[in-house]
Design a protein around this ligand. Structure first.
Ligand code: GDP
Length: 236
């Protein structure tokens, strides 16, 4: 079963001080807008509209949290690479994203989405630089693999593998297609490893399942928020 099967929207954040308490395990999804991030999240969750919430007006520049189980979160980061972004919006984005990626203790790893036809754009490299410097793992999904022939897709995979091995050895890469399902199982397996085993007895999904079997209401999901400003270090 998919690790994201029970994902539910948790909260949306546009300022560092509004971040939930850094408890548990978070996995962030990042990528250039239109690279296929929402489709990849939906494919991994086996749902059609889970990441749709991140595309609703007013939320596209926000960090959107989805709860996967007790203290496990999928974090959908704003898509980057819009041609015309006012400088103040760009500065805000850099402060929010860069600080989140570099200082968030509960962030275990990042899934970086790249269109297989346009891998490693300058902003993709910036994301790798921000997060790769923490030593935490990045898994690159080369999406829309169905749009290239096999030989071409394998060549891109090899090139990105070589780049990562030389610059960020803790990072990995695979081909992915939300359309054909290629690579969904492989990516899901890795994310399940990152999230770790569910804590028996304390996991909300298990509690909710057990409660519904017994005819009890599901447990309430709390949404703790940080009080006060918790900004972090400088960007490179
Ligand atoms: P996002 O902006 O990164 O969230 O990108 P979306 O998930 O909204 O995808 C952008 C466009 O690419 C949409 O038209 C999708 O249907 C299309 N798309 C996304 N993933 C794939 C894929 O794996 N294969 C193909 N052929 N199209 C895809």
């Amino acid at each position: 079963m998919s690790v994201f099967q029970h994902a539910t929207f948790y909260t949306t954040v546009n300022e560092l001080r509004a971040l939930p308490l850094p408890e548990g395990v978070e996995i962030a999804f990042a990528g250039r807008s239109n690279a296929g991030k929402s489709s990849a999240i939906n494919a991994l969750a086996n749902r059609n509209r889970l990441a749709f919430v991140s595309k609703t007006p007013g939320r596209t520049q926000h960090i959107n949290f989805f709860q996967l189980g007790n203290k496990r979160f999928l974090v959908d980061l704003p898509g980057y690479g819009y041609a015309k972004v006012p400088p103040e919006v760009r500065r805000h984005w850099e402060g929010l994203l860069g600080t989140y990626l570099q200082t968030r203790e509960s962030l275990h790893g990042m899934v970086l989405i790249m269109d297989v036809r346009h891998p490693l754009t300058p902003l993709d490299r910036q994301m790798l630089a921000w997060f790769g410097s923490t030593g935490k793992p990045v898994h690159v999904l080369l999406t829309k693999a169905d749009k290239l022939n096999r030989q071409h897709a394998q060549k891109v995979l090899k090139d990105v593998q070589v780049f990562l091995r030389e610059t960020y050895p803790q990072c990995s890469v695979q081909l992915f297609s939300s359309k054909t399902g290629e690579g969904v199982k492989e990516a899901g397996g890795l994310l399940a490893e990152w999230l770790g085993p569910l804590e028996s007895g304390t996991d909300l999904i298990q509690e909710a399942d057990a409660a519904s079997k017994e005819g009890f209401p599901a447990p309430e999901i709390k949404n703790p928020r940080l009080k006060g400003n918790k900004t972090g270090g400088k960007l490179p």
